[in-house]
Design a protein around this ligand. Structure first.
Ligand SMILES: Cc1cc2nc3c(=O)[nH]c(=O)nc-3n(C[C@H](O)[C@H](O)[C@H](O)COP(=O)(O)OP(=O)(O)OC[C@H]3O[C@@H](n4cnc5c(N)ncnc54)[C@H](O)[C@@H]3O)c2cc1C
Length: 271
């Protein structure tokens, strides 16, 4: 923080990107500022404040739910669209962020820009097959959320590119979903584990299944064997045993594995 020399306050994405890409400024994007203030590299000399950019809308577009990267947790929690999508899981997840003060400031773009074990949205977006639209020096780039943290991306959002919006595909609108943050208290950022479960059913058959897990590592991961058990129509106790085994293999430890598989069983019994 002591090395900050300039504060840029652009009102267009073009201006913002120009500052970011001009090596002279050594700029870093700042959205809500809740995380960047704690993790600012010494090399950064310019704060690039994104507050004035038109990147906050939450809207329906071609049947998809599109969330602007500048939307705060509170705006997502209160959004009618987010409250109605996939049983309201996106709004419910936003409401689990530790405190109202943070929810008022923290944005979804800032939440996903860097991998972080305890951040809420990565595990939800992974489970909802979300896509992310970035603005780079070569123009707009649309990627699957699951590719955001791969080295193959070749970008460092916030330093050489901007996250513009998150696109939740139309197919997920009616999915039955649940997000769980298993933590000591509701106001903890840290959690033992975060879980996202979803299923789509046709008659008695599960036709879509997603199980994603956060808090065990900076990047959330899916549990493919457990999803296969759901699609195969395994009874809840058997599918939960598969989940517990996958978590053990991921070194979750006994408490997390057994608690998470019980929560998964409860989800299966509710759908
Ligand atoms: C006390 C406290 C409690 C917290 N509790 C929780 C919690 O319960 N759950 C949770 O998930 N998180 C929590 N957080 C973490 C943090 O607040 C969130 O991750 C938040 O979403 C960060 O968003 P921001 O807008 O404040 O990002 P900033 O701090 O402004 O930026 C964070 C990073 O994202 C980059 N960035 C921001 N916007 C963009 C963009 N549009 N494009 C490219 N890069 C961008 C920045 O360059 C920076 O690297 C907590 C933090 C604190 C300090």
């Amino acid at each position: 923080m002591k090395n900050i020399k300039y504060y840029a306050y652009p009102s267009t994405v073009k201006e913002a990107l120009a500052v970011l890409l001009n090596k002279k400024y050594k700029a870093m994007a700042l959205a809500g500022g809740t995380l960047v203030a704690k993790t600012l590299p010494d090399t950064v000399e310019t704060y690039l404040d994104l507050k004035n950019l038109p990147i906050k809308d939450i809207k329906l577009q071609a049947g998809n739910l599109v969330i602007g990267s500048g939307a705060t947790f509170d705006e997502i929690d209160r959004s009618k669209l987010c409250r109605s999508w996939a049983g309201g899981v996106i709004a419910a997840a936003a409401a689990k962020c530790s405190s109202q003060l943070i929810r008022n400031m923290a944005t979804i773009g800032g939440n996903i820009a860097r991998p972080h074990s305890f951040n809420i949205f990565p595990v939800v977006l992974l489970g909802l097959d979300a896509r992310v639209r970035l603005q780079t020096k070569k123009g707009a780039k649309l990627i699957d959320f699951q590719d955001l943290y791969t080295s193959g991306l070749g970008l460092r959002p916030g330093l050489d590119s901007l996250i513009m919006e998150i696109i939740i595909p139309a197919k997920t609108r009616k999915w039955k979903c649940e997000f769980i943050k298993l933590a000591k208290t509701d106001s903890s950022w840290e959690s033992y584990i975060t879980l996202f479960f979803s299923a789509e059913k046709k008659g008695k058959s599960v036709t879509q299944a997603r199980v994603s897990v956060g808090a065990l590592s900076p990047r959330p991961f899916r549990a493919p064997e457990t999803e296969r058990a759901m699609l195969a129509g395994d009874e809840a106790p058997a599918a939960a045993a598969v989940f517990a085994a996958e978590l053990e293999a991921a070194k979750a430890g006994e408490y997390r594995s057994s608690a998470a598989s019980s929560l998964f069983k409860r989800f299966l019994n509710s759908i």
